[in-house]
Design a protein around this ligand. Structure first.
Ligand SMILES: [Fe+2]
Ligand SMILES: [Fe+2]
Length: 330
């Protein structure tokens, strides 16, 4: 059987457990938080006062903070890209005899949860009055239209490594934004980002569990897929970020520079994520590996230390780039 078909088989074996996964790792719409829980209620008489309060307190934080928050929000708003990408993986079937298979249901329910993140952040940023919303919206439209290619093709193993990594990366970045916001006295924004981070952590646990189960069925191929992903280096979902009248991806470097400077997502976080993934999957203890997969494991075990040395040498420039997101609407 080809590698592609084996992966499909493994996915279909795990598919039988998806109902259990959704029960353990996802939450029904009626039970989970909704954006309105963290925003001024437009049906209340105190709405205008609450908005005024948000506008006042939002003046206290500088451009680096707002640029980072806007970038995080746009990354969340590009959700259609991620859903369509995941629905196209080997083993995830939405055109089967009975329509969706378990995995397709998982992707939809995961998407539905994720959709609340961009929604709540967008509304808050809009109310803050700190940002040129039209420019932000243009970036979002571009990012969705540009799509992404993370070099994983339809491979479920590689893509679930990617989602395991990304869910933890977004946990870290929303959690850091929450801390900064709380420190600046922006209580609601702090709570909002904390609760988003909670969702991301739950999703991270789900995707790492999928990979853990794949490791138990197909250890060598899973190790090779993990190795391939880490060798390539994980690209960010917002890699094609651009502003109006710019070329694809022209803004990404500037944005990640600002996020590093703000301390929201740094090269050290990248290293910590690899360390955490290595330990979540106990890659040091996996047995029955081929010679090639043994080599891959040795590389992965040493990777965090190697990358840490590189991270230590990185100097984040202090250049104040001009972001159209922050310019007044003309
Ligand atoms: Fe999210
Ligand atoms: Fe997420």
């Amino acid at each position: 059987m080809s590698i592609k078909n084996v992966r499909k088989e493994v996915m279909l074996t795990l598919e039988k457990n998806v109902d259990l996964f959704t029960k353990d790792y996802l939450i029904q719409p009626e039970k989970i938080w909704q954006p309105s829980d963290f925003l001024p209620n437009p049906q209340s008489d105190s709405f205008m006062n609450e908005v005024e309060e948000i506008r006042e307190i939002s003046k206290d934080l500088g451009n680096d903070f707002w640029i980072t928050l806007v970038g995080d929000m746009i990354t969340e708003e590009a959700l259609p890209t991620y859903e369509s990408w995941l629905l196209d993986l080997d083993g995830i079937e939405q055109h089967g005899e009975n329509g969706d298979n378990g995995w397709a249901k998982w992707v939809r329910m995961w998407t539905a949860e994720e959709n609340r993140h961009g929604d709540v952040l967008n509304k808050y940023i809009y109310l803050s009055g700190r940002v040129n919303m039209r420019e932000v919206e243009i970036t979002t439209q571009h990012l969705i239209a540009d799509g992404f290619d993370i070099g994983t093709s339809r491979d479920p193993y590689k893509n679930f490594v990617y989602t395991s990594f990304q869910e933890l990366a977004t946990y870290i970045s929303h959690n850091n934004v929450s801390k900064i916001a709380k420190k600046a006295g922006m209580k609601n924004l702090g709570k909002m980002c904390k609760i988003i981070a909670g969702d991301e952590m739950r999703h991270h646990k789900a995707y790492t569990e999928f990979i853990r189960q794949i490791f138990s069925i197909d250890p060598s191929e899973m190790m090779m897929a993990y190795f391939d992903m880490m060798k390539l280096k994980i690209t960010m979902p917002a890699m094609h970020l651009r502003e109006s009248f710019e070329t694809k991806g022209a803004l990404f470097e500037k944005f990640s520079e600002v996020a590093q400077r703000a301390g929201v997502y740094t090269s050290f976080d990248y290293v910590d994520i690899i360390r955490k993934l290595n330990s979540s999957w106990s890659i040091d203890k996996i047995s029955g590996l081929t010679a090639e997969a043994e080599k891959a494991r040795a590389y992965l075990m040493k990777l965090p230390e190697r990358m840490e040395r590189i991270a230590e040498r990185i100097v984040v420039p202090d250049t104040q780039h001009n972001f159209k997101w922050m310019n007044p609407l003309v």
